[in-house]
Design a binder for this molecule. Structure first.
Ligand SMILES: [Zn+2]
Length: 124
């Protein structure tokens, strides 16, 4: 496309937005016609028209990014899932070990308290 073709397409797009989205309530004067360049003073163009196009493009980019999540990202997610699953298993094992340790401590404490009682009995 040459410069003029690009300008014409963009100009057409602005007119389409102005017509279909705003029913020509916002100015969007032609900026592609070289014969109009000398009439700069009368040029009117409402930013609302451009903002509408920007929002639409951003929305489209978001959709596109969501749809084309690449293989690297999919692999990274799979790796993360694997790591998380491994961590979950480790946490489970640690919990089991902690519970076993607590049981051992209880047994030890009971044993100690019995021993203390025996010593008290011997002393008296
Ligand atoms: Zn134009």
């Amino acid at each position: 496309m040459n410069r003029q073709e690009v300008l014409s397409k963009l100009c057409e797009l602005c007119t389409t937005v102005s017509h279909n989205a705003f029913d020509y309530q916002h100015a969007s004067d032609c900026f592609c016609d070289p014969n109009r360049y000398d009439r700069k003073s009368s040029f009117q163009f409402d930013e609302t028209v451009l903002t509408f196009i920007q929002d639409a493009v951003h929305e489209k980019i978001k959709q596109h990014k969501r749809a084309t999540m690449n293989q690297t990202q999919t692999d990274a997610l799979a790796n993360m899932y694997e790591i998380m699953t491994g961590l979950k298993t480790q946490v489970h094992q640690m919990t089991m070990q902690t519970e076993a340790l607590q049981r051992n401590i209880s047994v030890f404490e009971r044993h100690m308290s019995h021993q203390k009682q025996n010593e008290t009995c011997k002393d008296s």
